[in-house]
Design a protein around this ligand. Structure first.
Ligand SMILES: Cc1cc2nc3c(=O)[nH]c(=O)nc-3n(C[C@H](O)[C@H](O)[C@H](O)COP(=O)(O)OP(=O)(O)OC[C@H]3O[C@@H](n4cnc5c(N)ncnc54)[C@H](O)[C@@H]3O)c2cc1C
Ligand SMILES: NC(=O)c1ccc[n+]([C@@H]2O[C@H](COP(=O)([O-])OP(=O)(O)OC[C@H]3O[C@@H](n4cnc5c(N)ncnc54)[C@H](O)[C@@H]3O)[C@@H](O)[C@H]2O)c1
Length: 496
């Protein structure tokens, strides 16, 4: 069988696959990308962009309502049809022509179809017409096939035709009642969006609401959801689901409670899209998350690169951080290292080196676009403690920062940072409050840059911005130190 030969084959044209291919081409290599559905992946059509479009109007309306003059100009309610229409535009009406043009401009070849590994550096693509194209890579195959929703084996759930995130994000019709199983990021964001549309939302959060964020932040989102009328069932365990004759859904809970809704959304996490990509051809188990080294090469359980070192995995599929921006960061490192290895060039895989995805472990930023937003980077107190770090948490009332009080009347929010007592740097930051999303990058620079606390005092935030939270956090950290000093040395020091 003859094969089309490229330097690099990328399976999956989501944001991450596109970036690996682009980086490899910029490094002087030829690249082909294989896509089974739409070029642009989950993020473009059913995840990041359309969900944020669903949430944005209600956030803007809340912001206007928090200022008396602007509130006086509001004469109507949220126009849900207009929100959905804007969402459709952000999902490019589920057509990928724009992204295909981008691939062409970037010099990346596209083969449509389902890709499977045939062996080392060989991929077979089953096209939409059932025909097969065989591709051969001179240097590397990159798996960037992303994830799919994980639907738990709750009796009756699959037969009840539940929504997964795709249906909820692309819905044309807004149900009167929506039950959501799963209190993670997808569940919390979509509960926020649908409750703003007027849907009666019941959120079943078996393991708590947003259990992986700082509790002070999750608590503010829980209060706001409840204030918006969301029924939050923390600790409730769904045990049976059925679709009734009238088309409604009935969810039985372990405590005997019953939830009734018009639709049920399953938002209980993701599974790697590796079940049918030919992993067995390179000695790996199908369906597993792909373990990678710091340069994103797929490794076996002993840490040894598989397929002669020519197989890479980037983005969601390696399970490191299920976030577009972090996958794109991995893509840059992988594309560059493949290009470097292709010519026998230097590989900079030391921590924080150009070819190492070090930030995946220490400085992952994430924004949860709930009301209020949660913006965080690096460790939480729980994860830092589990990692054995000696950290000191410092918190401050964000509403007491001048810039925040100007931003909205009655601004409610909180910020926290974690000081690594041994390194004297910040290893975690969390902010909760309206419009905190744009605050996280300053924290990311401090965490990734491992900026010493003493130097942070010289990064002066402008007055009166919300960024003055940094000054307040540093003062709080300092004043705690001074309070301790005072008690031992009887010093009288002003806290300001
Ligand atoms: C509802 C929701 C909201 C989200 N919001 C955000 C957000 O605001 N910010 C953020 O950073 N992240 C967000 N995420 C996560 C984000 O969507 C993912 O991290 C991101 O899409 C991962 O990109 P990827 O390229 O690795 O995978 P994907 O985007 O999943 O792309 C993988 C591509 O591979 C293709 N593919 C799979 N198997 C094959 C095969 N065998 N052959 C050929 N092609 C194949 C798929 O069709 C797909 O196009 C959200 C996720 C969800 C579910
Ligand atoms: N703004 C963003 O960046 C954004 C938005 C949405 C999604 N995402 C990404 O997508 C990923 C997936 O999100 P997700 O919300 O699906 O997963 P998740 O892991 O964040 O949350 C899933 C939740 O479902 C619960 N759960 C699991 N099994 C259950 C069961 N049988 N019954 C009841 N509850 C159960 C878990 O306790 C967990 O809290 C996230 O990890 C995140 O990285 C990011």
């Amino acid at each position: 069988m003859s094969a089309d030969v490229y330097d690099v084959i990328v399976i999956g044209a989501g944001p991450v696959g596109e970036n690996v291919a682009d980086r490899a081409v910029q490094g002087g290599l030829t690249a082909v990308i294989v896509e089974a559905e739409l070029v642009g992946g989950e993020c473009s059509y059913w995840a990041c962009m359309p969900t944020k479009a669903l949430l944005r109007d209600a956030a803007a309306l809340r912001a206007a309502r928090s200022l008396p003059g602007a509130a006086a100009a509001i004469t109507g309610e949220l126009d849900t049809a207009a929100v959905l229409e804007r969402r459709d535009r952000f999902a490019a009406h589920w057509h990928d022509d724009g992204q295909v043009s981008w691939l062409e401009g970037a010099g990346i070849a596209l083969v449509r179809g389902h890709g499977r590994l045939l062996g080392e550096r060989t991929v077979a693509v089953t096209g939409p017409d059932g025909g097969t194209t065989v591709l051969q890579a001179r240097h590397a195959v990159v798996v960037a096939t992303g994830t799919s929703p994980a639907v738990p084996p709750i009796p009756g759930l699959a037969d009840a035709k539940p929504w997964t995130s795709r249906a909820a994000v692309s819905a044309e019709r807004i149900p009167e009642r929506l039950a959501i199983i799963g209190g993670g990021v997808v569940g919390a964001e979509l509960a926020t969006a649908y409750s703003a549309f007027g849907t009666a939302v019941t959120l079943i959060a078996r393991d708590g609401l947003l259990p992986r964020v700082e509790p002070f932040a999750a608590e503010q989102v829980a209060s706001a959801l409840a204030a918006d009328g969301v029924r939050l069932l923390v600790g409730a365990e769904p045990v049976e689901v059925s679709r009734e004759e009238d088309g409604s859904v009935r969810i039985a809970l372990a405590d005997g409670g019953i939830v009734r809704a018009d639709e049920v959304l399953v938002a209980t996490g993701r599974r790697a899209n590796t079940g049918d990509i030919g992993l067995e051809a390179v000695g790996l188990a199908p369906g597993a998350w792909l373990t990678v080294d710091e340069t994103l090469r797929v490794v076996d359980e002993t840490g040894t690169p598989v397929a002669g070192g020519g197989l890479y995995a980037t983005g969601d599929v390696n399970g490191r951080a299920l976030l577009t921006h972090q996958g794109k960061y991995q893509a840059r490192a992988a594309g560059d290292v493949i290009a470097a290895r292709a010519v026998g060039g230097d590989v900079d895989d030391a921590p924080w080196g150009r070819h190492a995805a070090t930030a995946d472990h220490l400085a992952v930023p994430r924004v949860i676009f709930t009301h209020p937003e949660i913006a965080s980077v690096g460790h939480t107190l729980a994860s830092a403690t589990a990692a054995g770090l000696r950290v000191r948490p410092v918190e401050y009332d964000l509403g007491a920062v001048a810039g925040a009080s100007l931003h909205a009347d009655g601004y409610t929010g909180r910020v926290g940072m974690l000081i690594d007592e041994d390194a004297g740097t910040i290893v975690g930051f969390t902010a909760v409050g309206p419009d905190t999303a744009e605050l996280v990058h300053a924290a990311t620079v401090a965490v990734a840059g491992q900026v010493p606390l003493e130097r942070l005092w010289h990064a002066v935030p402008a007055y009166p911005t919300m960024s003055e939270l940094w000054l307040r956090l540093l003062e709080t950290a300092g004043s705690e130190t001074r309070v301790r000093t005072r008690s031992t040395h009887q010093l009288v020091t002003s806290d300001r």
